[in-house]
Ligand binder design. Structure first.
Ligand SMILES: *[C@@H]1O[C@H](CO)[C@@H](O)[C@H](O)[C@H]1NC(C)=O
Ligand SMILES: *[C@@H]1O[C@H](CO)[C@@H](O)[C@H](O)[C@H]1NC(C)=O
Length: 242
């Protein structure tokens, strides 16, 4: 549970940089020899198409939260994918702050780590999880189960995670994931407890009623996460006509 953004002091610049990437998600190649993460999506899933669809889908707004305490960028959470055929999700675009809670709460740069996460003591270095504003999770309890599945599109790749923690800062901010997700998404981004990804170009898609099997107190079954993630994303792709 934390906030952090290297963008606090240069917010306008960051926004200016973020906007063009909305239009054309980068597709630069990964360094050769870096294997895809065990919780990243099957290559048959159309990353570019789903990302473009997420950007274009902006009706049925459920809530809005700033991505930094300075409130320079407000992320809108959209519910327009809640009633698609055979699949249901809500989504938003935001930055990515790094969460380092759990047994490794003292990771580099982390000033406000906590030994527990909202539904356990997930190890942020071992478990791909993301964080949602606490007020949102209370208000939308009917469409969001604890530990629900999410797909995060970052830097032209899709990784899966669970909704494992809540942000209760003042103000509550959005756009935050475990350090494992952060370093997987942005391997050259020096992601750590004190340094996140400041552009608001990360798509978060949350399948609020789908909870992966195999979630323990500190660790989860990564293979089970990937399987259910791929199946939900394939349903989403089909429902979006991609
Ligand atoms: C992915 O979706 C886009 C639509 O946004 C489409 O133009 C493209 O052909 C699709 N790619 C594949 C590999 O199907
Ligand atoms: C939805 O599920 C039903 C039953 O499994 C299937 O017949 C139908 O083709 C599915 N629709 C889509 C868009 O996947």
């Amino acid at each position: 549970m934390k906030f952090l953004s290297s963008c606090i002091f240069v917010n306008l610049l960051c926004m200016a940089l973020a906007l063009p990437s909305y239009m054309s998600p980068r597709s630069h190649k990964k360094a050769p020899g870096v294997p895809p993460a065990s919780f990243s999506a099957d290559p048959s899933i159309n990353v570019t198409g789903i990302y473009a669809a997420a950007l274009a889908s902006n009706t049925d707004m459920l809530a809005s939260y700033p991505t930094t305490p300075g409130r320079k960028f407000i992320a809108n959470i959209y519910g327009d994918w809640q009633n698609l055929e055979n699949v249901s999700a809500f989504h938003f675009m935001a930055n990515m702050d790094v969460d380092c809670d759990g047994p490794k709460e003292h990771c580099k740069g982390n000033r406000d780590g906590q030994p527990l996460t909202s539904f356990g003591a997930l190890d942020a270095t071992q478990v791909p999880y993301f964080v949602l504003p606490e007020r949102f999770t209370r208000e939308f309890k009917s469409i969001l189960k604890d530990n629900a599945l999410g797909a995060i599109i970052c830097d032209s790749q899709i990784v899966y995670g669970i909704y494992g923690d809540q942000n209760a800062d003042r103000p509550e901010v959005i756009g935050e994931a475990s350090i494992l997700i952060g370093q997987t998404c942005f391997p050259n981004g020096q992601m750590n407890g004190g340094n996140g990804h400041s552009k608001n170009d990360v798509a978060y898609i949350v399948f609020g009623s789908t909870v992966p099997p195999g979630i323990g107190r500190r660790t989860i079954d990564i293979q089970a996460l990937k399987e259910i993630g791929d199946s939900q994303m394939k349903l989403l792709q089909t429902a979006l006509g991609l």
